[in-house]
Design a protein around this ligand. Structure first.
Ligand SMILES: C[S@@+](CC[C@H](N)C(=O)[O-])C[C@H]1O[C@@H](n2cnc3c(N)ncnc32)[C@H](O)[C@@H]1O
Length: 588
């Protein structure tokens, strides 16, 4: 079903392999995903991410569900091509549209073929009031009477805020930056003095800089509530109360990876420009603009780690000097790294301390980040070094690794505490761990000291080589931790000797979630605990619903129940949230 993790169908290395990835065609909505497996519709982890749903003031009915009777020529090419992926941002918004307009009105519009027919005249001025904030970070407004039922997305607006816009074709008129200035503020939630980035509103990366951190965490809790309501297909009584989101110790300067890019250079402009090593005014390196597919020039990113911002200036200068060498669009990687020579710490008991420190109502995790000076790695093939608690990780600069180091100790400790809750009797204590979708070994290696045996599996052969190397570097023996390259579902036949009532399985799949093959094997194996980690709560909710229902359908005397769901804020200032769901096997 999924392409192999190592294939990169639309991205290939051509020249200057040390620093750039040339892109065959102009990126549609984003770049190679953190999973390195394809060009995704958008990459939730990257500030350049741009969603179709954030393309402008966009109508949000669903093309894919409609059997059209009206002439297709009425639709623009873009609309014709638009298919809403289940569990995508558009699908998430579509559920919000239904909740706003009602199922009946939506069905009627679809039946009449009016789901994409804007009720607005060309360049008509309309005053819109945002009704709800979607999980994607933009607000939805209902067109006022006498318009027919119609929903418009307003990026950066908050519920209750009003904006007067002149509507263009398909409701698109103003750039988002202009929109930001046109919004009549809702003083309860909005505090524009909090905005730290001069590109906020223009750049597609951040959605929430105008909100207090407490509000951001509350919104992310709400994202998980809605994800489980809308996508798990579980009755409400089987969904536990979603726990408050764990805040990130660093709310700015946290990103350890940045991937700015530039488009194919315009030949005519190149011919007319004297390249003198400075930036020609038409040349832009940065991220996708909000509401546009073009790149905006960004010199610094306040959510990125200081080392990355320090490295960005010199990298830009190197690029200006050799602009004539770039034949295609280019994606860069900047990665924060410990200096080489940093060694693993000897294991200290501090890693076992409970991480949370309450700050009033706000819970922000305590970090054990290094105080050591970091460097910026821009060579995509170079090795990056990172410490998580006592464990050192190395991986290639272009590989996947969680991008907010400041929260990784509390994040991994929380998973361990969920697997080994306080007060468990020694007889029922989990002793064995499976790390499915293990990447280069983050969970397996940070948690190894708490288990007798650990087995990790990962599709990307190179990631497995790095996982083995990381095990060696941290002096974790092969008898204790083993890594296997392969489809996650294959892990279960290799851990038949693990006692199932004393085994926990961690799942951390890509955004698209897990697959039926894996879920079937997981349920058949029947480990005592399952911890599902995900950067996409919607596919997580779908999979959790499947696991619960299928385990019950097996009728073998036990079933999975959803014990807890908690968000971790790995992506402050953005609408994204990492979700940890814990399942326990209980007697039916
Ligand atoms: C979100 S990353 C998590 C990696 C790791 N747990 C971490 O936190 O660093 C998802 C990983 O799943 C891997 N993957 C994707 N499909 C897979 C499959 N079918 N079987 C095993 N691994 C897969 C990807 O290569 C990627 O490394």
């Amino acid at each position: 079903m999924d392409p192999p993790a190592t294939s990169q169908p639309q991205v290939r290395l051509q020249m200057d392999p040390e620093e750039v990835q040339h892109i065959d065609k102009k990126p549609r909505l984003g770049f190679a995903t953190e999973e390195n497996d394809a060009i995704h519709e958008y990459d939730d982890h990257d500030p350049e991410s741009s969603k179709e749903a954030m393309e402008g003031l966009t109508s949000v009915f669903d093309q894919s569900r409609v059997k059209r009777s009206r002439p297709q020529k009425k639709l623009t090419k873009k609309m014709k091509n638009m298919v809403i992926e289940p569990y995508s941002a558009q699908d998430v918004i579509f559920r919000d549209v239904i909740s706003l307009l009602g199922q009946e009105a939506v069905d009627k519009a679809i039946q009449e073929g009016k789901d994409w027919e804007s009720p607005f005249q060309f360049r008509e001025e309309v005053e819109l009031t945002a009704s709800i904030l979607s999980s994607t970070g933009e607000s939805l407004a209902i067109a006022p009477a006498p318009y027919p039922p119609w929903v418009v997305l307003i990026p950066f607006a908050l519920p209750g805020e009003t904006v007067r816009v002149r509507i263009h074709r398909n409701c698109k008129m103003y750039s988002h930056a202009e929109l930001l200035e046109m919004i009549t503020p809702n003083t309860e939630m909005r505090d524009d003095s909090l905005i730290r980035c001069k590109y906020f509103g223009q750049c597609a990366g951040c959605q929430y800089q105008m909100l207090s951190y407490e509000t951001q965490l509350d919104l992310k809790q709400e994202v998980l509530v809605k994800a489980y309501q809308n996508f798990s297909d579980l009755p409400q009584e089987l969904i536990p109360a979603i726990s408050p989101t764990m805040g990130s110790p660093l709310q700015y300067s946290y990103r350890t990876k940045l991937t700015p890019h530039f488009d194919r250079l315009p030949k005519a402009k190149m011919a007319d420009t004297v390249l003198d090593g400075s930036r020609p005014d038409w040349f832009k390196i940065g991220f996708n603009g909000s509401g546009t597919r073009s790149v905006i020039d960004i010199e610094e990113c306040p959510i990125a780690a200081p080392a990355i911002n320090e490295g960005f200036g010199p990298l830009r200068e190197r690029i200006y000097k050799r602009l004539y060498t770039y034949k295609q669009g280019v994606s860069l990687v900047l990665r924060e790294s410990l200096p080489t020579g940093t060694r693993p710490r000897s294991h200290s008991p501090s890693f076992g301390l409970r991480p949370q420190i309450p700050m009033g109502r706000l819970e922000v995790a305590e970090t054990t980040s290094d105080t050591e000076k970091k460097v910026c790695v821009t060579d995509q093939r170079a090795t990056v070094r990172e410490r998580v608690g006592d464990t050192i990780f190395e991986y290639p600069a272009s590989a996947f690794f969680q991008n907010n180091n400041s929260i990784l100790v509390p994040f991994t400790s929380y998973i361990r505490d969920m697997i080994l809750p306080e007060g468990t009797s020694p007889q029922s204590k989990v002793t064995h761990l499976v790390d499915a979708y293990c990447g280069n070994g983050l969970f397996a290696l940070t948690l190894a000291s708490s288990f007798k045996r650990v087995a990790g599996i990962e599709l990307d052969v190179s990631a497995i080589q790095w996982a083995n190397r990381n095990a060696q570097m941290n002096k974790v023996s092969e008898d204790k931790v083993s890594f296997l390259a392969g489809h996650a579902a294959n892990i279960f036949e290799t851990v038949q000797d693990f006692p199932r009532d004393k085994t926990a399985v961690i799942i951390d799949p890509p955004r698209r979630g897990s697959d039926e093959k894996f879920i079937e094997q997981l349920i058949l194996f029947g480990s005592q605990t399952v911890v599902y980690v995900s950067c996409n709560a919607h596919t997580q909710a779908r999979d959790i619903g499947m696991i619960i229902k299928q385990s019950e359908a097996l009728k073998r005397g036990n079933k999975y129940v959803l014990d807890s769901v908690r968000g971790f804020d790995l992506f402050p200032q953005t609408a994204h949230v990492e979700s940890i769901a814990v399942l326990r096997l209980v007697p039916s």
